[in-house]
Design a binder for this molecule. Structure first.
Ligand code: ADP
Ligand code: MG
Length: 257
């Protein structure tokens, strides 16, 4: 297997609290993997390490490689700028759109590979870039919303804007942190179907943290489970039996499922 994401011995502490301990796994190009575990188990912290938003512990043996490039090694972030490190598309529970800007502009920002520091984006983008943005919007079914301001959208629509932005960024790897947690069941299903389509049709790798195990079972073939910052399970989602799930959530209470 050629790994598109490789994590070795990842250690991260916040003060004396060990958020991640010796976490390691590899993900091959084209996989759709769910990252699950009780809240506080380290899922978001792990995803943030993959795009270099968070640095592993100093003097640790942590090594993270994404898309053939070292993101971090031994507690050092590699790559001069955040843009250089951040080659994966990142989708957040809280959408992370610029609320006063139009849907079109929010999608166009994907061409910049990250949030711009400039105040004005007017006239920054070429016709080709606009066309790519329209194409991405059509793929997620929001082309008619192009001129609408982001803060007038529903949660499901906002999440589709975020996905369109990742498509424009041409992210081979899409990392989504609880992308459906704030959505009603119907919007959640639509967002999951879009992510599944991007995975199947484009072969993009998708790593997604989910709360609902039934959703994970429906859309993902493989699960990586964290418990208290340690790797608890890594394998086919079918292998995450009810007994294993109970043990995974034993301290958190099964109502979290
Ligand atoms: P999950 O996404 O699985 O709910 P997180 O990765 O958010 O878990 O958090 C893992 C642990 O690390 C938790 O105990 C959390 O309180 C702690 N943590 C996360 N981010 C920070 C931070 N910036 N400062 C201090 N503690 C943090
Ligand atoms: Mg989280």
């Amino acid at each position: 297997m050629t790994a598109i994401i490789s994590v070795e011995r990842l250690d991260k502490s916040f003060g004396t609290h060990a958020a991640l301990r010796e976490v390691g796994f590899e993900i091959a190009s084209g996989e759709m993997v769910t990252l699950i575990g009780p809240s506080g188990s380290g899922k978001s912290t792990l995803l943030r390490h993959l795009i270099g938003l968070t640095r592993a512990d100093r003097h640790s043996h942590s090594h993270v490689r994404v898309l053939d490039r070292d993101v971090q090694h031994g507690g050092r972030l590699l790559g001069a700028s955040r843009e250089q490190r951040c080659r994966a598309g990142y989708i957040f529970q809280q959408f992370n759109l610029v609320s006063r800007l139009s849907v079109m502009t929010n999608v166009l920002i994907g061409h910049l590979g990250g949030m711009p520091r400039w105040r004005s984006l007017a006239g920054r983008f070429t016709r080709q870039e606009h066309e790519a943005a329209l194409h991405a919007m059509a793929r997620v079914g929001i082309e008619e919303l192009a001129e609408q301001r982001a803060n007038t959208l529903s949660g499901g629509q906002m999440q589709r804007v975020a996905i369109a932005r990742a498509l424009v960024q041409d992210a081979e790897v899409i990392l989504a942190d609880e992308p459906i947690a704030s959505l009603d069941p119907r919007s959640a299903r639509e967002v999951m179907e879009i992510l599944q389509r991007i995975n199947r049709e484009d072969g993009r790798t998708v790593v997604i943290t989910l709360h609902q195990v039934d959703v994970a079972r429906r859309y993902c073939q493989r699960a990586i489970a964290l418990k208290k910052g340690r790797l608890y399970y890594d394998g086919p989602i079918a292998g995450l039996t009810d007994t294993r799930l109970q043990a995974l959530y034993e301290d958190a209470g099964l109502d979290e499922l």
